[in-house]
Design a protein around this ligand. Sequence first.
Ligand code: FE2
Ligand code: FE2
Length: 470
Amino acid sequence: MSSMNYAEKIPNNVDLAHDRRLQRALEHWQPKFLDWWQEMGPSDFAQSEVYLRTAISVDAQGWAHYGAVKMPDYRWGIFLADAVADRRIGFGDQAGEPAWQQVPGEYRSTLRRLIVTQGDTEPASVEQQRLLGHSCPSLYDLRNLFQINVEEGRHLWAMVYLLHAYFGRDGREEAEELLARHSGDADKPRILSTFNEPISDWLSLYCFTYFTDRDGKFQLKSFAESAFDPLSRTCRFMLTEEAHHMFVGETGLGRVVKRTLEVMQELGSDDPVRIRAHGAVDLPLLQKYLNFWCSSSLDLFGSEISTNAAASFASGLKGRPDEPQYADHVLRDSTSSVDTPQGAQEVPALNALNEVMRGSYLKDCEIGLKRWNRAIERAGHAFRLTLPSTRFRRSIGAWINQPVDPEGKMLARADYDRRLHEWIPSQEDRAFVRSLMQQVIEPGRMAGWIAPPDRGVNSLPVEYAYVSLS
Ligand SMILES: [Fe+2]
Ligand SMILES: [Fe+2]
């Protein structure tokens, strides 16, 4: 296994010490990253000691170290999963040939764009979440937020390493731009629209980590298949960290459901007005948040019919998540049926790959809903949470701006406009959720709208003081 060097200014397992030029370039970028963190990262908690995990090995067993750290002192580093000996390209027109250790000239600009687009989402989410510490429902949750934030910071490092190491001067310029764009900025926004949506409450954070970080998982899985081996190794390791982000989303939403069911039980009522008056999130309100974040995240997979996706696959840059599960890895001789407002359309299978990925993503999204619905059913309620149709509220692809309800039914435009607030959070809904967001920082205590977690972090009790504020 490759060893990790923690003694260096930039912890790494890519033997940075023996590549002076690259080391100097990254050391030049590092203070800019730290400035960005101070300015755009979590607001006001720079002096707090946070119980964080830090990657110290890429070994699946025991890769992390846990301990109290101030976030600005976090050891952000560059870690690649171990190389696979004699790795071969697993898909596309060059399937079976050796994986690339350098970027082939003809794919240089496409690969750079793919890496920059992925890299841009990492600091974007830190920016989106920067104020949430002020309204955390518990210290346990506050710590989880900060864990996600520092890891997204490390994911930025991962992409910047690739840009610096393999794309020369253009790569270094792109690395600067990754710190210059900001989430929601009018002049220089982040590249993808979901990453410009404000995350001003914790219900949105749990939805974001459930739906949007899961998009991240699928993007990383498709890059893990890439013929460009350094990208594949980088993304394979990022996936180990990403799993925690989705865990926060799934358990966070599960705890909201649990608390709501307790309140419904106490009140003997499922009346949203009474549940809200009791300081909990009624299930129809939760459904609106799911509709909002799921539909927004579905756009991240791109158009249903895409020649870019076809080209990235054919050339070996980006595969399907879990590519080995498929029988045909070339896809030159098959077609797929794609659902469009004009009816089903038969297109070359290569052009329908975004839809394939969106399909596996949705299947993964269903898992949490099944669990929450079981809890709702056990509590004796008929209400069921659902995922919105992939046609609903899309701002990209075949269904862009179509007046479709969450079940996928086409409506008259006026009906759609009139009823949209029934399906996604209205101003009043958002104001109500914001009113619940009161900071709770007494160890072990939880805000009234969320149940405690089943267990604490790394075998510590839930009451542990995960963040010492100062
Ligand atoms: Fe990430
Ligand atoms: Fe993430």
